[in-house]
Design a protein around this ligand. Structure first.
Ligand SMILES: Cc1cc2nc3c(=O)[nH]c(=O)nc-3n(C[C@H](O)[C@H](O)[C@H](O)COP(=O)(O)OP(=O)(O)OC[C@H]3O[C@@H](n4cnc5c(N)ncnc54)[C@H](O)[C@@H]3O)c2cc1C
Length: 465
């Protein structure tokens, strides 16, 4: 790794090498996990390079290849598992400068990988009353390239499924990590080669994604006396074909009251809260549906005065991993897990896990469309004690048929399906022959024989500089 040689080849591109600034741009929201906080706190890159065009990306990549310098792409650094953290040091390649929105058409938008999702939505709404199908609750801060490379779904997944579902990302331009970098266009099934690959096998420079009709979604909270009733209501509501939703989540009792600084006053401490974004034309049907299930509508944003409504954050900034963020503001000892409950017994599994783990956990469910069915994923809040106990809780979920996407691991496989993705590995071999892209995040590249059934934790050891 020859940083000085690298710098000499970056003429005309913005470079930062002040250690404090580099360290700041070498971090994401890994500190949600006490395990990753302990293991990654020392991680930093050597320089931050910020191209503003695809040609500058190619120049930077070719220079890094020639100097044997690892490259970790970065969007806005809001990932939760150290995805954008440079485990082997080297170059942090910030794509935030590639943020132009170059085309908006019927049902489609094309934008640079660094474009912020909130900005894209504002532009498509203003242009033609259209909006992104789905976005992470970090809508205001996250980039579209970072979402596709590191995210999974979010607000809108109740209607459209996740990023993994074909059709939710339509085209990507990707720069390869070679002596003479190529620009590849990926469409259809090829999208899966780089989607959710943490930037280990290509730099996304441009994204084309589909749009949906935009609505002034109405934020609603419906409360129930128990988690079971709230979860059953949400499950039925998610399956109601005639009620158009953008978000549907359930919080265990105390969560909304104790952790939602603005909205908490609307929910009693003993109530379980269902957070809903409903289309304005479906709001009265939702009211009738709620009465039918004897739920209590405790909050409707469209019934507040302008000042009171504007003083509150959008409801979606209390869902997905924002729930963990606002809960940790009150109790920093909290952490979380990510789980998918087994369909069709998901409600029984929610109740079973609640009983099994008890006070150590406060459940948070996100209802999503998954391969054509409404299923229930979870980001339960966990009162952290020890790593051993956390691993035990993970094992309990898995022994009860729940999938765990472990947020206390920084590798693709351990944070995912606990197996290597042959297609992503093959693509990496093709486009990153030296393995310089985001080292340490794809176990299959470093250790093809790693035994995922062993429950042994994989620890990447960065080669000496
Ligand atoms: C409070 C909070 C709430 C969240 N809610 C959600 C949610 O609802 N849904 C969800 O899916 N995630 C969620 N996340 C995680 C994260 O915010 C999203 O995944 C977000 O989309 C990441 O975008 P980013 O620009 O910050 O990416 P970064 O964190 O910068 O990068 C993410 C990954 O993508 C790679 N990458 C970035 N840009 C490129 C590129 N152009 N080419 C190749 N690789 C690239 C990086 O190397 C890294 O591996 C949340 C995180 C927080 C802190």
């Amino acid at each position: 790794m020859d940083i000085e040689k690298l710098k000499s080849d970056l003429d005309g591109i913005m470079v930062e090498d002040e250690p404090g600034a580099v360290r700041k741009k070498s971090r994401d929201f890994y500190w949600y996990s006490p395990i990753l906080k302990r293991d990654l706190d020392h991680v930093t890159g050597d320089i931050v390079v910020s191209p503003t065009t695809e040609a500058e990306v190619i120049q930077a990549i070719a220079a890094a290849y020639a100097a044997d310098v690892p490259v970790t792409p970065r969007g806005s650094g809001t990932g939760n598992y150290g995805q954008a953290m440079p485990l082997s040091g080297g170059m942090v390649l910030s794509l935030s400068g590639l943020n132009a929105i170059s085309h908006i058409g019927p049902g489609v938008v094309v934008a640079g990988a660094g474009a912020l999702l909130g900005k894209i939505d504002a532009a498509t709404r203003a242009h033609s009353g259209q909006e992104l199908r789905m976005f992470p609750s970090t809508h205001r801060t996250a980039s579209i390239g970072g979402f596709i490379a590191g995210g999974s779904g979010g607000v809108g997944s109740i209607r459209w499924g996740g990023l993994r579902n074909i059709g939710n990302v339509t085209r990507l331009r990707v720069v390869t990590m070679e002596a003479r970098p190529r620009v590849l266009t990926l469409e259809g099934d090829d999208i899966a080669k780089v989607a959710h690959a943490y930037g280990t096998n290509g730099i996304i420079t441009e994204c084309e994604v589909p749009l949906a009709p935009a609505y002034d979604w109405v934020d609603v909270i419906v409360a129930f006396e128990s988690m079971d009733r709230a979860a059953a209501f949400a499950d039925r509501l998610g399956n109601e074909d005639g009620i158009l939703l953008k978000e549907l989540s359930v919080m265990a009792p105390t969560v909304a009251h104790d952790y939602f600084s603005g909205h908490g006053k609307f929910v009693r401490r003993d109530q379980s809260a269902v957070l809903i974004m409903v289309a304005p034309h479906s709001a009265s049907a939702l009211e009738a549906f709620t009465r039918r299930h004897r739920g209590e509508t405790v909050f409707r944003a469209d019934r507040l005065g302008d000042d009171e409504r504007h003083a509150l954050p959008p409801l979606f900034e209390l869902t997905w991993n924002h729930t963990t963020l606002v809960a940790r503001r009150v109790d920093p000892a909290l952490t979380y897990l990510q789980t998918l409950y087994p369909y069709p017994d998901h409600l029984a599994a929610v109740a079973r896990m609640g009983a099994l783990i008890g006070d150590e956990m406060m459940d948070h469910l996100e209802f999503i469309r998954f391969d054509g069915r409404i299923v229930c994923s979870g980001l339960p809040l966990i009162r952290f004690t020890t790593e051993e106990r956390l691993d035990e809780i993970v094992r309990l979920f898995e022994e009860n048929g729940c999938l765990i996407f472990n947020p206390h691991r920084y590798t693709l496989e351990e944070g995912g399906m606990k197996r290597s993705d042959a297609e992503q590995l093959a693509f990496k071999r093709e486009v990153d022959p030296k393995g310089l892209l985001n080292p340490g995040k794809m176990i299959a590249w470093d250790d093809p024989d790693f035994d995922f059934t062993s429950r042994r934790r994989y620890l990447f050891s960065a080669p000496a500089a």
